[in-house]
Ligand binder design. Structure first.
Ligand code: HEM
Length: 109
């Protein structure tokens, strides 16, 4: 089961990144839907994996950061021109970077 969740998690993070970027350029219901679907898979597989590892504190932090990332992305997608929201864009990019660094174990505590 761990291997399955791991494959789903590893498979979805790049796809999630692609959908976040695509959503900045194209307004489409399907793209938004795919972004949300990916977010659910990402969160679900991540929480599942963290349970197998007995949920260390770093993954609680990761969960909070991931929820923040998804929330901020939802907010930016509501704006008339998402690409002009430089402050939000910077926050979202920073959060993504942090999550990936935590995922690969480069940031740990
Ligand atoms: C947008 C959100 C997220 C991103 C971008 C992300 C990214 C990553 C990446 C890049 C990896 C490493 C994959 C590899 O080794 O090839 C990873 C692994 C992992 N992630 Fe996430 N992740 C996210 C959300 C979450 C959440 C919400 C949790 C759980 C609370 C989580 C828990 C884990 C766990 C447990 C691993 C495996 C660590 C290990 O085996 O050492 N992730 N993640």
């Amino acid at each position: 089961m761990y291997d399955f969740l791991y494959q789903v998690h590893v498979g979805t993070w790049v796809i999630l990144l692609v959908f976040v970027v695509l959503n900045m350029f194209y307004r489409s219901f399907i793209l938004k839907l795919l972004f949300r679907l990916c977010s659910v898979f990402m969160l679900g597989s991540g929480v599942g994996l963290a349970f197998y590892l007995s949920f260390p504190i770093i993954f609680i932090v990761k969960l909070v950061l991931a929820l923040l990332l998804i929330g901020l992305t939802e907010i930016i997608l509501k704006k008339d021109n998402p690409r002009e929201e430089s402050y939000l864009l910077l926050l979202i990019s920073g959060l993504f970077l942090l999550l990936i660094l935590i995922g690969f174990g480069i940031i740990r505590f």
